[in-house]
Design a protein around this ligand. Sequence first.
Ligand code: GUN
Length: 282
Amino acid sequence: MAILIDGKKISTDIKDELKVEVAKYKEQGIKITMAVVKVGEDPASAVYVRNKQKACEYIGIDSVAYELPEETSEEELLELIDKLNKDDVINGILVQLPLPKHMNEDIILDAIDSKKDVDGFHPNNVGKMMVGKETFLPCTPAGIVELLKRTNIELEGKECVVIGRSNIVGKPMSMLMLKENCTVTICHSRTKDLKEVARRADILIVAIGKPKFVTADFVKDGATVIDVGIHRMENGKLCGDVDFEQVEPKAYAITPVPGGVGPMTVTMLMANCLRSVELQNR
Ligand code: GUN
C-alpha cells in the first residue's frame, strides 16, 4: 500500500504554525489584512473564496471580501485594484480566477501591486521566482513542495515529470522542483509518447485538467504521484487527474483527491499573506 500524502493534516499543521506567527505580529501591533475579489457567479470560485476566508479567520488574518457582479467592467475592476494598492491597511490582494470573458486576466494581474501579490502571479514575482530571488511563490506549486518535504520524500537528483504547462501550476512547479535539484521534464497534451515520458518519473506531478487521465501504465513502480486535478463525477463524487484505484498500488506515495493538494493551496496563500508583511516592511 502506498503512503497516503495527507494534505489535510499537513495543511492544518502549517496553519497552526502560521497562527503563532500572526499572534506574534499582533503583539507588536501589526494586523494583517487580505482583500479577496471575486467577479461573477462561478460556483467553484465561490467555494474557493469561502475556503480562503475561513482559513484567514482560523489563523487570525482579517479578510475583506469584494463580490462584484458579472457585468462589472474591466475599468471598474482596475479602479478597485488601484484603491486596494494604495490602501495601507491592505497587505495582500487576491483576485479569484477565472474572470468573466470580457476581462483580460493579464491586464488585471499586472495591475496588482507586486508587493501585495499573494498569489505570486504578477510578472515581477514570476521573474523573481525564476531567478531564485525571495518573493511570493505561487500557492499550489509551493504547497506541493511542502507536501513532499513534510512526507520526507527525497527530491535531490530525482527525475520529476510535470504533466501540464499552465502559468498557475505546470510552469512554476517545474521551476520549484528544479530549485530542489530534481531533473525536471515538462510535458503536456501534445507531448509524443506521453506515457513513456511519464514512466521515467520518480516524482510525477499531474496538472492536466482531465479526470482520471493518468492510468497505471503512466507510472513507474515505486513513483511518488501528486494529483493537482479536481473534478466532480456524474455520481457526485470527486476525482483527480489520476485514476487513484489503478495507480495507488504501484506508487510509493500518492495524494488523494480530495484531501491532497487542494487544502495546501489555501494554506500557502496564508503563508504568502504573512510574507506580504515582511516584504512591505523592508
Ligand atoms: N483559480 C484557481 N486557482 C486559483 C488560485 O490559486 N488563485 C486565484 N486567484 N484564482 C485561482
